[in-house]
Design a protein around this ligand. Structure first.
Ligand code: ADP
Ligand code: ADP
Ligand code: ZN
Length: 207
């Protein structure tokens, strides 16, 4: 099954993608994770992407489309994959249609107010991609899975969060209509606790 997770920043796409991918035995393809790794490794793509990410803007379509096109050619995608954070513009979605066949689009819906709270408390592990929230860390500052130091992403700081939310509403939200027209949208209430959200996603996917 080829699945897209759509939803605003902080909706829980990454958190749920890890569990769903483990369950279905498919790779999680997160363009955000790929770009952050490229920045860490100081690759040309990373250097080009950094200024956009720091400002809370989208990286140019051509850059992310190339990343995803190449990634989907790898063998581990043959039995399915989950796209987490791609596409984010109509242009990206149109490009995706030329090289992939999508079976379902899960739209994880959360109010802006809750998103601000989730993003400002998010802590991540750049080593393994683990995602946490200060509310559940009980003061710990290291990754439960691999022991690395957790960090707050620069783009999770208050000023950038607001611009990311407005970018989402202007550029990504139109994809809900795009995929509704194609009969692919499965809407999930992302404000629910994590386990309920996970159950609703599996039900939406019929797995
Ligand atoms: P979140 O999980 O909070 O939604 P991501 O980790 O998916 O954030 O993305 C972080 C940043 O990386 C985005 O704000 C954007 O600058 C860039 N990015 C990720 N995916 C895309 C994409 N499909 N198109 C353009 N930019 C992207
Ligand atoms: P996204 O990938 O959509 O940007 P994340 O999965 O990184 O979102 O989650 C954003 C923040 O919200 C993280 O700190 C995460 O621990 C927390 N979170 C995710 N899902 C839930 C939920 N259902 N209830 C409460 N907090 C959540
Ligand atoms: Zn880790």
């Amino acid at each position: 099954m080829n699945v897209i997770f759509l939803g605003p920043p902080g909706a829980g796409k990454g958190t749920q993608a890890v569990r769903v991918c483990e369950r279905l035995g498919i790779p999680q393809i997160s363009t955000g994770d790929i770009l952050r790794r490229a920045i860490k490794d100081q690759t040309p793509t990373g250097l080009a992407a950094k200024s956009y990410i720091d400002k809370g803007q989208l990286v140019p379509d051509s850059v992310v489309i190339d990343i995803v096109r190449e990634r989907l050619e790898r063998d581990d995608c043959k039995a399915g994959y989950l796209l987490d954070g791609f596409p984010r513009t109509v242009l990206q979605a149109e490009a995706l249609e030329t090289f992939a066949k999508i079976d379902a689009v899960v739209d994880i819906d959360v109010s802006d107010e809750k998103l601000v709270e989730r993003l400002s408390g998010r802590r991540v592990c750049l080593s393994c991609g683990g995602t946490y929230h200060v509310a559940h860390l009980n003061g710990s500052t290291t990754c439960e899975k691999c022991g690395e130091q957790l960090i707050q992403r620069d783009d999770d700081k208050a000023e950038t969060v607001l611009s990311r939310l407005s970018v989402y509403h202007a550029q990504t939200e139109p994809l809900i209509d795009f995929y509704t027209q194609r009969g692919l949208i499965k809407k999930v209430d992302g404000a629910q606790p994590m386990d309920e959200c996970y159950a609703a996603i599996l039900a939406g996917l019929g797995v």
